[in-house]
Design a protein around this ligand. Structure first.
Ligand code: PLP
Length: 370
């Protein structure tokens, strides 16, 4: 099996699994209990928290653990509108469902939602954004790296625009964290463990001091009174270890990923078109299309290679990806697109072999349908 679906999830790092093991097998104490065991677990969680904060690398804020980035994004958006009299959210049509569906829910409650369109490169037009971010705006929510097509939005510029009208900036950094430096600017940043070789079921929200949203989950108030629920020491320690490794290996990982991307493109050869900007993109995401290809059929034909259509969510629904539609692709062109995702644990040999097989199968399929 060759795994080329790094945007859906990443393999758990061996160091991460080792760090988590004692907290699953022996150390079962409740980290919020005052016993010695409880205090030991709480201390391990604090080490993990500071590792995540260091990897985020911004001053003047703190990190709260959540069950996922989906929870962090729901919390950031709903909790900010609870806090604020302004009634307008500016986001982008290519955001993840965790943002777009939350925005739609708020729209049903009377909040004005602006969904900025993107160009064929997948990027927000900054002049248009500036015209639409005004003093009625409470929040601007823009992702760092797009999960489907890998393009990198101009988060620092958009944060400046948000701040100039007194709005907060939320950044969904799930696909960028640990891979690129997080630009200074956002007041709220959502991340997820399983996209950085950490465990699933844990993520969190970094909050600039003073920008903390109202709680989404009420109860014991375990996370600074802002988020309730008993923390899982194993998941928090796993996320902390993954963040620490990602920060330590960021440059080496980036060099490896750049090499893999060049190798994949050279092996695939001509006839493939990259979806979205070829310059402002994270290189571990190759969303490509080929005329007349049936991407879904290709995926089911290639049983030993795991890759994706535009996104895991879009694949499940059978709907063409909203991101590929937003960059101007027809339904047909969107359906002829596939997403290859690779990273730290992908070998050059296996990637070249997978790309050769994908290319041959795609040639065969399009030759028969031509
Ligand atoms: N945002 C982006 C860009 C993602 O890729 C994902 C995961 O698919 C999420 C948010 C949601 O993350 P989680 O799986 O932690 O809820």
């Amino acid at each position: 099996m060759i795994y080329l679906d790094y945007q859906a999830t990443t393999p758990v790092g061996p160091e991460v699994a080792a760090a988590m093991r004692p907290w699953i097998e022996e150390k079962f104490a409740n980290p919020h209990s005052p016993s010695r065991w409880g205090r030991e677990a709480a201390a391990a969680i604090e080490v993990a928290r500071s590792r995540v904060e260091q990897a985020i690398g911004l001053a003047g804020g703190s990190f709260a653990f959540t069950s996922s980035a989906t929870e962090a994004l729901n919390w950031a958006i709903k909790g900010t509108f609870e806090n604020n009299n302004r009634r307008k959210l500016v986001t982008v049509s290519t955001e993840h469902a965790a943002v777009l569906d939350t925005a739609e829910w708020l729209e049903g409650k009377g909040i004005e939602i602006v969904r900025l369109q993107v160009g064929s490169d997948g990027l927000v037009d900054l002049d248009l954004a500036e015209a639409l971010i005004d003093d009625r705006t409470s929040m601007v929510s823009v992702m760092l790296v797009n999960n489907e097509i890998g393009v990198i939005q101009q988060v620092a510029d958009l944060a400046r625009m948000a701040h100039s009208v007194g709005a907060l900036m939320l950044c969904d950094a799930v696909q960028g964290f640990g891979r690129l430096p997080i630009p200074d600017g956002p007041d709220l940043i959502a991340i997820s463990g399983h996209k950085i070789h950490g465990p699933k079921g844990v993520g969190g929200l970094w909050m600039r001091a003073g920008a903390e949203p109202e709680p989404l989950l009420h109860g014991g108030g375990q996370e600074q009174g802002l988020r309730s629920g008993t923390l899982s020491p194993s998941l928090c320690v796993g996320l902390g270890e993954a963040a620490h490794l990602a920060a330590e290996r960021r440059e080496a990982d980036a060099v490896h990923v750049q090499k893999l991307s060049e190798l994949a493109l050279a092996t695939l050869g001509s006839g493939w078109i990259i979806n979205g900007s070829t310059e402002r993109r994270y290189r571990g995401n190759l969303n490509i299309r080929r005329e007349n290809l049936d991407g879904a059929r290709l995926i089911s034909d290639m049983r030993n290679i795991a890759f994706s259509l535009g996104s895991a969510c879009a694949s499940g629904s059978g709907r063409p990806s909203h991101v590929l539609r937003a960059i101007g692709l027809s339904d047909r062109a969107a359906r002829s697109s596939i997403r290859l995702g690779f990273g730290r644990y992908t070998g050059e040999e296996e990637l070249a072999s997978a790309c050769r097989r994908i290319n041959e199968a795609a040639h065969e399929q399009t030759r028969l349908t031509a």
